[in-house]
Design a binder for this molecule. Structure first.
Ligand SMILES: [Zn+2]
Length: 414
């Protein structure tokens, strides 16, 4: 136990104490803690990465909580840099406005608003907007670009201030925040404090169904404390004065759940999507610990396959690099034990990451031009959920004789 981390003893959603560890991943530093060259000699603390199942409500979660200041202060992920996310957010805003007939001029509050991409889509549709994000630089940038953003953590007190200053919100959104925050009750208290009586709270989280079905185990890292499914959320929201009215599957982050909730007694009917999601989760056995123990065995089998392949290639003198340095690559590299002895460098298209080194293992992150300069024989697609577009965009690498290795959901050499 360090001063930057604690392990809770109760379920984050129901407060229950009957928790079983179902998947023990290799301990890692914070997945986004990329390191500049000047800091390479500073040790990086690693934290346990163990997944637990709650026998009382079936919520799947990490109990080890790393201090959010350690996790988020130097966050390098900026959503607006990716055109895929911009399109996703435009469709998201349009859908919410149409589905709930949100009148122009309504206040939309985004909790964890990042660079303001989602809010700019709402603003384009004539809404008033307010962002909240603890990353100071990103919040200041967003404000400078016309999306007012408070650089702070979302609390009931801050929610009350916003309501006093700007009125009640017709829409509150929170994307991934619901997976990121340890004190979810506090978040919901804040949402109730700012939400109008007929308003909706819309949240996106990576969906446990997708994590399970598509082997997205590398989306498990310390920022993601909770791996949500619908059944435990219904109970949690009801215990906190809210009602889940939609549970929609969307394809962001390899498969996510877009939940919509209203204040208890609100005007919207509960959609069929909620019952459908619960039925699907039961069919997959997500309400049983054994399901996740099997999942853990599957992941270890993938680890063995990929490790055998890469160590074999390395033994033949092949040069191997990685493609894509998303946060989840940290979990994959650590759990699959792929260090700088195997991966020489990693290509990433984000200028924010180029020139930095991966968390803990310190593999250098380079721009795409390094492929032609260093001519690796193999590129392991670490951002494997984007394997297809990455391989298309870098077709020249294959034409020059290079091969891609897609590590998941099945190990594939292309
Ligand atoms: Zn629980």
């Amino acid at each position: 136990m360090s001063r930057h981390h604690h392990r809770r003893s109760t379920c984050r959603l129901c407060g229950g104490t009957h928790l079983t560890m179902v998947l023990g991943l290799a301990p890692t530093p914070p997945a986004n803690a990329f390191v500049p060259a000047a800091d390479l000699d500073k040790p990086q603390e690693r934290f346990p990465l163990d997944l637990f199942f709650c026998h009382d409500c079936a919520h799947v979660q990490l109990l080890d909580v790393v201090d959010p200041r350690v996790l988020f202060e130097n966050y390098v992920y900026v959503s607006g840099t990716s055109p895929v996310f911009v399109r996703h957010f435009q469709a998201y805003a349009d859908d919410v406005i149409a589905r709930f007939r949100v009148p122009a001029g309504s206040l939309v509050v985004d909790v964890g608003s990042n660079d303001g991409t989602l809010l700019s889509c709402f603003a384009k549709a004539g809404m008033r907007v307010q962002g909240i994000d603890p990353a100071r630089d990103i919040a200041a940038d967003a404000t400078a670009r016309g999306i007012p953003t408070i650089a702070d953590f979302f609390t009931p007190a801050l929610a009350a201030q916003i309501r006093t200053a700007k009125g009640a919100a017709k829409v509150v959104t929170a994307n991934n925040v619901f997976a990121h925050v340890d004190d979810l009750t506090g978040v919901v208290d804040g949402i109730r404090a700012v939400l109008d009586d007929d308003g909706v709270f819309v949240f996106e989280v990576s969906y446990l169904v997708d994590v399970f079905e598509k082997t997205l185990f590398d989306t498990i890292y310390h920022e993601h404390l909770a791996y949500h499914s619908v059944q435990p959320l219904i109970r949690f929201l009801a215990a906190n004065g809210m009602e889940l009215i939609e549970a929609l599957r969307v394809d962001s982050h390899g498969g996510s759940l877009r939940g919509v909730a209203q204040l208890q007694g609100g005007p919207h009917p509960v959609g069929q999507s909620v019952a459908d999601a619960v039925a699907l989760e039961r069919r997959l056995g997500l309400d049983k610990a054994e399901t996740f123990l099997d999942f853990a065995r599957d992941i270890d089998e993938r680890k063995r396959q990929l490790g055998d392949l890469l160590r074999g290639l390395k033994a033949c003198g092949k040069r191997i690099a990685g493609f894509g340095a998303p946060a989840k690559a940290t979990t994959l590299l650590y759990h699959f034990d792929l260090g700088p002895d195997i991966i020489d460098f990693i290509i990433d298209d984000s200028p924010l990451k180029q020139g930095l080194f991966t968390p803990g293992m310190h593999i250098p992150v380079l721009p795409g031009s390094a492929i032609a300069e260093k001519k690796p024989d193999y590129l392991v697609v670490l951002a494997w959920n984007f394997a297809q577009p990455i391989m298309e965009k870098n077709a020249g690498f294959r034409e020059a004789g290079g091969k891609f290795i897609v590590p998941l959901p099945q190990v594939e050499v292309v």
